[in-house]
Design a protein around this ligand. Sequence first.
Ligand SMILES: *Cc1c(COP(=O)(O)O)cnc(C)c1O
Length: 359
Amino acid sequence: MPVSIRADLAAVPDYNIPAAAPDAVRLNSNESPLPPPPAVVEAITRAAVEGHRYPQWFSENLVSRLASRLSVPPDRIAVGCGSSSLCRDLIQAFCGPGDEVLCAWRSFDAYPVFARVAGVRARTVPLDAEHRHDLDAMLEAVTPATRVVFVCNPNNPTGTAVRARELLDFLDRLPQRILVVLDEAYREFVDDPDVPDGVALASQRPNVAVVRTFSKAYGLAGVRVGYCVAAPAVVSAVHKVSVPFAVSRLAQAAALAALDCADEAPARSATVVRERRRLYARLVQGGHPATPSQANFVWMPLGERAVAFADFCAGHNVLVRAFPGDGVRVTVGLPEENDAFLSAAAQYRARTRAAAGTG
Ligand SMILES: *Cc1c(COP(=O)(O)O)cnc(C)c1O
């Protein structure tokens, strides 16, 4: 007799890892196109020498460095192996059987998966016509069972951001027993001054937790480290549910070193933002659908053509991420990588126009 796997896991999709040619242009995972700075690589190497010792349980050194950098007391910071694991910990800490998680759709596809894995229902609310969080509709979707609401700001995969006024209004109207998780994985790429700083909000409101990551702007996606800023009670709850020693010695050292050379980070992000603007402008000029973005990617609402477009790009050695039926997310890469993508996109458009006889 086969082992009996939890029946409800059948509803959880398998994660499909796309096969990639080693030389492909990888614009499909929102990674930094640049490797970590040499000082970070050296710090990881140094930490490896003590690889036989467990890391600090709560990443205490990293917490205190983040605390001074963010001007937040250390008991308000939890570190995790990537901020996605913190999202999962927060669901685990706040939700039990019968409870619900609320999020926008499309948004980060991990939220509903984490909810299901925790045995919790995920209620999703469609984005508005401009691919933005529809906060009014989300308020209406709150039920007595709602425990956690995710607001991904800027939103993955559409790149749109919620502004301060609308977010504050939402937070004021939401029942205060509900935890709002502000996912700021792409915070460093925001150039709209009206987009609020989640750390400031989390410092003022006991029901707001912000999660951030070293994976994107700091180029440490392969190292796995992120953090959460929230009320001390929320941080303690995260500590209770998290996997012991989940944040490796190497990850803690890498994040500390990344903060040491954090002076370089704004310049790196500014380069991405410049390329993002160019990519977006070129797409619009070329007649492609594209959404203005605050993140390190651009969303193309291609609807039913999403998969065909992504396949066409893959045929030209450029990998982008298709969300079937919705659109394609294109990560901002190095200028020459973006040019390779733009060239593939132009060829796709020329071909579809020729096929449609619209020249
Ligand atoms: C990338 C991403 C994260 C962070 O991922 P980690 O690598 O686990 O830190 C979190 N939320 C969203 C929306 C993301 O796109």
